[in-house]
Design a protein around this ligand. Structure first.
Ligand SMILES: Cc1ncc(COP(=O)(O)O)c(C=O)c1O
Length: 427
């Protein structure tokens, strides 16, 4: 065991898991690559959990951070903050939410926590609908709406949460149905649930479940849910912490795959926008955002340095059409991975869109989750020079592939080749 690993274990909580038998110390990065403390280079297909969105050490972002840090690092929300107002204006416009107001936090958890505070206050209800197999963060309120017991250490909660079907297409009671029937069954389930509840505040959902293993419903499910929710006055919160900013290729936000009934009432974001600087946030129309009648601040939310990073990162993303790149390169990568998966007895499904791709592993010849194989492929990929992630409920058996959105075709091919070899060695 390295001495840093030993020191880590001595001072860190036991539940703060590390990847790999020999955990990796990443010391620097550039583009789509990172280096470990021994100087070994890896192709990074996980971006620190979908957070290095554009590229490692992107000069535009590091320059913006250094220049802002040289001027002023912190002032607080008590004073006017130009980079914060500028980023809020851009996010408000991009969100598609009419008369949008934006509140910045420092994490996705805190963004969802704020969304819950808004929705429950606006509706005068502590009932919340969430999706099975969801993940929304680590705070007391966020674990209370997380439908994945591997990530929800307590059932105590300030909320009463009811879990809805639909986030997982290819497992569960409706897996055998066609897409249209699947949607119909989930909508009927929601209608039935609403007939047995009081007046829930909101439904919160990730358009593609991240920690849950990059699972999603058929396109249009949330639009169908929206019609039902509207009839009952229930708000729709789209958790775009993983799916935002064009990662899914076809859409800028994940909700747009379900967009025929317009944007959500509340949208939360985090991860990629700061390219590693801690930015989270909530967007809601003014009527919802302004429903709180007490003061509320975030000391670090919207800090000038993180906002400068967010502005530079967002400009780079839009000017270089990284959403289009995610669609093109992600499309090639998923085809390649599907071909590789078809030749492996461990692969049950290759799914996802854009640069958000999951490979679900099972015990050969069965439908049973295979977390041991997922762990082994993760190790083998690392040995081959590729970093990937994993997820998928309590049986962590889904490989998660989510590189920075500037991934090139040769890098996609190189990564796919390393993964193919890793899968072969494990099979
Ligand atoms: C969909 C989703 N929501 C919320 C969160 C929580 O974000 P954070 O870890 O920044 O608090 C995560 C983190 O993985 C996430 O994937």
């Amino acid at each position: 065991m390295s001495s840093l690993h030993h020191r880590h274990l001595a001072v860190s909580p036991d539940w703060l898991a590390l990847y790999y038998k020999r955990p990796l110390e990443i010391t620097h990065g550039e583009g789509r690559h990172v280096w470990d403390a021994d100087g070994r280079r890896y192709l990074d297909f996980f971006g620190g959990i979908l957070t290095t969105m554009t590229a490692h050490a992107l000069p535009e972002v590091t320059k913006a951070v250094a220049e802002q840090a040289g001027r002023i690092i912190h002032s607080s929300t008590l004073y006017l903050n130009r980079p914060m107002v500028e980023l809020a204006e851009r996010v408000a416009t991009l969100s598609g939410i009419p008369d949008a107001r934006v509140f910045f936090t420092t994490s996705g958890t805190e963004a969802n926590d704020t969304a819950l505070l808004l929705a429950t206050t606006y509706r005068g209800s502590n009932q919340v609908l969430a999706m099975r197999n969801s993940y929304h963060g680590r705070s007391f309120s966020a674990v209370g709406i997380t439908g994945n017991n591997a990530w929800s250490p307590t059932s105590l909660s300030p909320l009463q949460t009811l879990y809805v079907h639909g986030g997982v297409r290819t497992r569960g009671p409706y897996e055998h149905l066609g897409d249209a029937e699947f949607i119909k069954a989930c909508v009927a389930d929601l209608e039935d649930l609403l007939g047995h509840t009081r007046a829930p505040a909101a439904l919160i959902a990730e358009p593609i479940q991240g920690v849950g293993g990059f699972t999603s419903p058929p396109d249009g499910l949330y639009a169908a849910f929206r019609r039902v929710l509207d009839r009952h006055g229930v708000l729709w919160i789209s958790d775009e912490v993983q799916t935002g900013w064009g990662r899914t290729g076809e859409h800028f936000w994940g909700w747009q795959a379900h967009g025929e009934n317009g944007p959500p009432d509340i949208l939360t974001f985090a991860k990629g926008i700061g390219n590693g600087m801690s930015i989270g946030g909530v967007v809601a129309r003014a009527e919802v955002m302004n429903c709180l009648d007490a003061n509320s601040i975030s000391t670090f939310g919207g800090s000038p340095v993180t906002m400068a990073a967010g502005l530079a990162n967002l400009s780079y993303l839009l000017e270089h059409d990284l959403q289009g790149n995610a669609r093109r390169v992600g499309g090639l990568l998923i085809e390649r991975l599907r071909a590789i998966g078809a030749g492996s007895s461990c692969v049950r499904e290759v799914r996802g869109r854009g640069l958000m791709i999951g490979i679900e592993l099972v015990r050969p010849g069965t439908d049973e989750a295979n977390p041991e194989a997922a762990a082994a492929v993760l190790e083998a990929a690392r040995e081959g020079g590729l970093l990937i992630g994993k997820g998928g409920g309590h049986n962590t058996s889904v490989l998660r592939i989510a590189p920075p959105l500037s991934l090139t075709i040769p890098e996609a091919e190189e990564g796919a080749e390393i993964l193919a070899e890793a899968l072969r060695s494990v099979a």
